[in-house]
Design a protein around this ligand. Structure first.
Ligand code: TYD
Ligand code: MG
Length: 475
């Protein structure tokens, strides 16, 4: 009999070795390598190039209708999924514990149950707990098939039996186990095997499968990246548990655009959709405070206005702190360096705190100019005008570059009552403006646009405002 080779798999990075070791050579983590059952060897003659059937190739052009979509009746969830649920697709929903993943999916299935056959399998809670939550959400009478189970073989057998359901929720993939491998639930091997079996049955029977996934301390989905590759859509449910806002973000979508967001508020009656996030994010803003600046951002296809707050305070000698919430700290250091080198501002012996109010995490470089304006405002003590929005990308020489969807951002700002924008000029080609639409200042008389070509222009805006203000006469 041929000798069976053992395989050892790192639970952190998924790399395989032939020997057990205390430390993984690939990722450097300790105690993450465990033995995995060997793949069943193929009978003689099956491997190799012989015996395969010829596949048929087709033209790229040809009529393929877009997949039909099933609306969940939660518009924010539909948008993030690319316009509704696609039959046979698999959606992974990741997020911190307690952020509201189970609540969201219970609400979605509860509402969908009026028109579709919905199954909710929980491995984390008891049937009673889920029932009580459904009652609290006002969905106690929804026609959802509920089960508390963790054995994937049983779940797959039930899903293959009878007429297929339309939507299935597995909460969570880390609690599931398959008896075809020996590893404990939650390990890479188990997560991969269970997900594989569930994905297979979803494709075969054509239902939409939601998998709930846990997030590790580092903020990535527990288990290897392999889980993200196996599914069609990856959604992250994020937010600060201290805030009521929750943001559902698409990071991968084979059936739609990524970086779409859905905004929810967690209330006593479950998750409520937030149809106008800008108004919500700006609700608690105080006007005319130094260090505060409104950024007209873009999340997927929708404009979102958020307040960026900066605080600059004297630091202990040699211990300048930089703390950032909701933005990239490396990017903050870059902006500070540009302001010091190109505008002669001195942040050297100060602590800098930067916060994106409302718990939103911004990834766009377009926020550079708003961050710079908030920093200059905090350093000089002059407020950014309360009616101004700011956006633009900053380069290392201090130049401010145009960003996409200028008009969409300005329209949202005008809708919310802003009267001023500090923004870069639209890109120019051979001296001609490339955007065909008239400038906002030309279309609306009460909306003033200040062209910012360099960060120094932002500094000048503050001095200009100060000089024009009564009572602050020049010396
Ligand atoms: P849950 O959906 O259990 O989170 P996850 O599945 O992501 O771990 O969310 C639980 C949290 O939501 C818990 O802290 C209580 C809160 N919550 C409300 O505030 N209102 C509600 O109506 C419900 C059902 C939960
Ligand atoms: Mg849960």
């Amino acid at each position: 009999m041929a000798k069976q080779h053992k395989t050892f798999v790192c639970q952190n990075c998924g790399s395989t070795t032939t020997r057990w070791a205390g430390k993984c050579d690939a990722c450097g983590e300790w105690n993450t390598i465990i033995e995995e059952a060997p793949r069943e060897s193929l009978p003689k003659g099956v491997s190799g190039g012989k015996g395969g059937r010829k596949i048929e190739f087709v033209d790229l052009k040809g009529a393929s209708a877009p997949p039909p979509r099933r609306s969940t009746t939660i518009a924010e969830l539909d948008r993030v999924c690319g316009g509704g649920l696609v039959a046979g697709s698999v959606i992974l929903v990741g997020g911190d514990p307690g952020i509201g993943k189970s609540t969201l999916l219970l609400q979605a299935t509860g509402l969908l149950a009026a028109k579709a056959v919905c199954v909710y399998v929980t491995g984390e809670e008891s049937v009673d707990q889920v029932r009580l939550r459904a009652q609290r959400l006002g969905l106690g009478h929804a026609n959802v098939a509920l089960a508390s189970a963790t054995n994937v073989r049983d779940i797959v057998a039930s899903l293959e039996d009878g007429s297929p359901p339309d939507v299935v929720v597995i909460d969570s993939i880390q609690t599931m186990f398959s008896d075809s491998t020996d590893s404990a639930p939650g390990t890479v091997t188990q997560v991969r095997t269970c997900a594989h079996e569930l994905v297979r049955v979803a494709k075969k029977r054509g239902f939409t499968l939601f998998l709930v996934g846990h997030v590790t301390k580092e903020g990535t989905l527990a288990g290897p990246r392999v889980l993200e590759h196996m599914v069609d859509t990856v959604l992250y449910f994020e937010g600060d548990r201290g805030h009521q806002f929750r943001i559902l973000r698409a990071v991968k979508n084979r059936f739609g655009a990524t970086d779409e967001i859905g905004v929810f508020a967690m209330t006593d009656a479950g998750l409520q959709e937030v149809l106008n996030p800008s108004a919500l994010f700006l609700a608690e803003r105080r006007g005319n405070v130094s260090g505060s600046c409104v950024f007209a951002g873009l999340e997927g296809s929708r404009p979102v206005l958020v307040e960026i707050q900066a605080l600059v305070a004297p630091s202990s000698p040699g211990q300048a702190r930089r703390a950032v919430v909701g933005w990239d700290s490396a990017r903050l250091n870059m902006i500070v360096a540009v302001l010091e080198a190109r505008c002669g501002l001195a942040f050297g012996s100060t602590d800098i705190y930067l916060n994106v109010a409302g718990g939103l995490r911004i990834q766009e470089p377009a926020a550079d100019l708003a961050v710079a304006a908030a920093l200059i405002s905090a350093l000089t003590g002059n407020p950014v005008p309360a009616g101004a929005v700011v956006f633009g990308e900053i380069g290392l020489s201090g130049e401010v570059r145009a960003v996409s969807q200028r008009d969409l951002r300005l329209k949202e700002a005008a809708k919310l009552g802003f009267q001023q924008a500090w923004i870069p000029r639209p890109p120019q080609k051979d001296g001609a403006r490339t955007d065909k639409t008239p400038r906002a200042s030309e279309t609306k008389n009460d909306f003033a646009i200040k062209d910012i070509g360099h960060v120094q222009d932002v500094v000048s805006q503050f001095t200009a405002a100060k000089e024009s203000r009564p009572g602050t006469a020049r010396a």
